[in-house]
Design a protein around this ligand. Structure first.
Ligand SMILES: O=C1O[C@H](COP(=O)(O)O)[C@@H](O)[C@H](O)[C@H]1O
Length: 224
């Protein structure tokens, strides 16, 4: 793991946006289209704001979510809503967004269809992940009934999962889809998440600390 410590959050968000833009540009040099997988949640909004203004060939960028809460975009818990409002703006409005939520009840058949839809977009070219203070990443949650299956090497790329204590079901990219990404960045802020990161490194056990599946390959970007 490569840990980058920034003097403050504003600097972190701008620097990380530049780094992601550089990785996307590099991928665009050798591929007609590239896949950019991004998290939802409360942390990445400012990175998306900065990235949306960057001049790159967004028309060849396919944006996927690392995970989604199974709610419509009218909900402020919708990760797709965050992506539309903060990333798919300005220059990045030309990117193609492939969301998961389709208004159906979350069924195995529905998730299998969504997994089929994203299969041609894999492997991920550039992956940005968040992490919770409970060491979850994407929607791979410690204590989730589906975690062991989602960590299997032969798991489908996308699975329906439940997060302990969360109000709605979710879908998540599984460990194998995340691990196949060519460039991996994790964005965390605050002392509690820095402590959680250190705990994840010490545990080195994906069942207790799911984020550890990607730590070996990741650059972790942190500011207080
Ligand atoms: O529920 C989620 O949590 C993580 C972390 O979110 P944050 O609010 O602590 O930044 C996020 O990466 C994931 O995409 C989201 O669905």
């Amino acid at each position: 793991m490569n840990l980058k410590d920034y003097p403050d959050r504003e600097f972190l968000m701008i620097e990380l946006a530049q780094k992601l833009a550089g990785d996307l540009n590099t991928a665009l040099m050798t591929h007609d289209t590239v896949t950019f997988a991004v998290p939802g949640g409360t942390t990445p909004g400012p990175v998306f704001d900065a990235l949306s203004a960057v001049d790159l060939d967004w028309s060849r960028v396919q944006v996927l979510l690392t995970d989604e809460r199974w709610v419509p975009e009218t909900s402020d818990r919708s990760n797709a809503r965050l992506i539309r409002e903060r990333l798919l703006q300005d220059k990045a409005a030309k990117a193609r967004f492939i969301g998961y939520y389709d208004g159906s009840d979350l069924s195995d058949a529905g998730v299998a269809k969504a997994a089929e839809r994203i299969a041609p977009l894999l492997p991920i070219s550039v992956l940005l992940l968040g992490m919770g203070a409970d060491m979850h990443t994407a929607s791979l949650f410690p204590g989730s009934d589906q975690l062991a299956a989602a960590l299997e090497d032969d798991a489908p790329a996308l699975m329906a999962v439940t997060a302990p204590g969360a109000p709605e079901p979710r879908v998540t990219l599984t460990a194998q889809a995340l691990k196949s990404a060519l460039a991996v960045h994790i964005l965390i802020t605050g002392r509690d998440k820095r402590d959680a990161l250190e705990q994840a490194v010490a545990l080195d056990d994906p069942m207790q600390a799911p984020v550890s599946v990607v730590l070996g390959a990741a650059s972790v970007h942190w500011a207080e």
